[in-house]
Design a protein around this ligand. Structure first.
Ligand code: SAJ
Length: 462
């Protein structure tokens, strides 16, 4: 089959590579001249996903994957472009749970701009623009129109609000003469986790939602060429909804863990121990607390549901607020400790939104750094995965009054507290991920504050 993959980002590029490896003739399309040039020169632009470099090199060298800045004629077109929010609404509990998406927003189109600094957390909206930015999807659909042929398969993989395939994509095709009986239109959401994209793309079950059963069946056959998991067919709007509820489920579950962390602090117990004991129950699986939820998916996708059904998403909105509020909770812990112990210089360990990736989109770390700076602290950020924060660790901790662990990169878990103790100015460490061994650090004279461990405000071993 000849397949055109539109959008060569974290989803489109691995998809194109796997399809090419499975024997298809694949043309990868991206509007970025830089990406296309790099790939034409056989240099892979996504470097950190395990296994991707090797497969990409193989399919580029063999010619199974070629690239182009514009779509070409093909049997199938797969659209994998971003669907960002115009800004991530920051729903701070202090501002009320719905912050700009309240009942007066029902039936209106809402857009958001997040304020920075002290007032971050309020959501200002411009009622003339939708919150979700579908312009990349629309542009991608328009871009394939000139090369469409009868019975082409058109698959939208981008995460979108329920109804988008039928109410946004189809009308663009219809206005160019491609009705649903002439084209096979499908939504097949990507569901892979950054850090294990390639493995999950092959092993995970796949949801395929067709505008017609024939369309779903055609897409099922295409994915079967590289997917080992089950391929389950449904209608397009259900597939859109399923993708959103998966990420919403995770957001709500993390919000519960974060709330439990604050309760545990208040009650003087250890949330980590409590969650791990509760999870021994066969039907309980609580996730882990942390400094908040980042990335381009989980803090974003629940808003697609909130926007469509503002009055029916109270729990989802409160969960978003809880997770955002966690960042301020961390700031208040650092501020309180600093005032008590006269600490001024903080080194933040980790800027990426989660362990062992270089992605800093919506990372709680950056918000926390911003807030601490605005409170007058001197802040240094370290992250071995992000070039501008990748300085020798010894250099960034030297003369720090306190260390704040925000991302649980493996390298931090393996730090030697004794070595760090020799270079810091004062020995204080706040662990927001509950990933360090508190006794090892305390034995080197550190005062250890674990967020969610209320057994004594801080652990000190003399
Ligand atoms: N986090 C916690 N506690 C946890 C788990 C995660 O605080 O117990 C935080 C992380 O630190 C991070 C954020 O949540 O800041 C999101 O990380 P993640 O690993 O939960 O998810 P993503 O955003 O990397 O990928 C998610 C995945 N969705 C689900 O697991 C339901 C992935 O499968 C999706 O394909 C991806 O979103 C996406 O593209 O939508």
């Amino acid at each position: 089959m000849r397949i055109c993959v539109v959008g060569l980002g974290y989803i489109g590029f691995p998809t194109a590579c796997l399809l090419a490896k499975a024997g298809h003739e694949v043309v990868g399309v991206d509007t970025s001249y830089a990406v296309i040039e790099q790939l034409r020169n056989r240099r892979v632009h996504i470097t950190e996903e395990p296994g991707l470099g090797e497969i990409a090199q193989f399919v580029l060298d063999s010619g199974a994957l070629t690239v182009s800045q514009v779509p070409v004629e093909a049997d199938a077109h797969i659209i994998c472009v971003p669907t960002p929010l115009r800004a991530v609404p920051s729903m701070n509990l202090r501002n009320g749970p719905i912050a700009g998406l309240g009942s007066d927003a029902v039936g209106t189109e809402v857009a958001a701009t997040r304020e920075h600094g002290r007032d971050a957390g309020t959501l200002k909206h411009d009622v003339t623009r939708p919150l979700v930015d579908l312009s990349y999807v629309e542009a991608a659909v328009h871009s394939i129109v000139p090369v469409l042929r009868a019975d082409n398969l058109v698959i939208l993989e981008s995460t979108v609000p329920p109804g988008t395939t039928e109410q946004v994509v189809l009308p663009i095709l219809e206005s160019n003469g491609w009705t649903r009986d002439k084209i096979l239109l499908v939504h097949a959401p990507e569901r892979v986790i950054p850090g294990a994209i390639l493995r999950e793309m092959v092993e995970n079950d796949r949801i395929v939602g067709g505008l017609t059963p024939e369309a779903a069946e055609a897409a099922r056959e295409l994915y079967a060429s590289f997917v080992q998991g089950r391929i389950l067919t449904t209608d397009a709007t259900t597939a859109e909804f399923v993708k959103l509820i998966e990420n919403t489920y995770r957001d709500v579950n993390i919000a519960l863990a974060n709330e439990l962390a604050r309760i545990a602090d208040y009650l003087g117990i250890d949330v980590q121990e409590s969650i791990s004991l509760a999870n021994r129950h066969p039907r309980v699986n609580i996730l882990s607390p942390g400094p908040g939820v980042g990335g381009h998916c989980i803090p974003v996708d629940p808003n697609f549901l909130i926007e469509r059904a503002p009055n029916l998403t109270r729990l989802i909105q409160v969960a978003r607020s809880e997770n955002d509020a966690m960042r301020d909770y961390v700031v208040s812990i650092v501020d309180e400790l600093s005032k008590k112990e006269k600490l001024r210089r903080w080194t933040l360990l980790g800027a990426a939104y989660k362990a062992n990736v270089s992605d800093e989109r919506n990372s709680p770390s950056l918000y926390i750094a911003d807030r601490l700076t605005s409170l007058g602290y001197s802040v240094v950020i370290h992250d071995p995965f992000i070039e501008r924060f990748n300085r020798p660790l010894e250099e960034v901790v030297t003369e720090a009054d306190g260390l704040l662990l925000l991302t649980d990169h493996s390298v931090y878990r393996n730090l030697d507290p004794q070595e760090i103790a020799n270079v810091v100015s004062k020995r204080f460490i706040v662990d927001t991920r509950l990933s360090l061994d508190p006794r090892a650090w305390a034995s080197q004279g550190f005062v250890v504050r674990r967020v969610g461990d209320g057994r004594g405000a801080a652990l000190v071993v003399s």
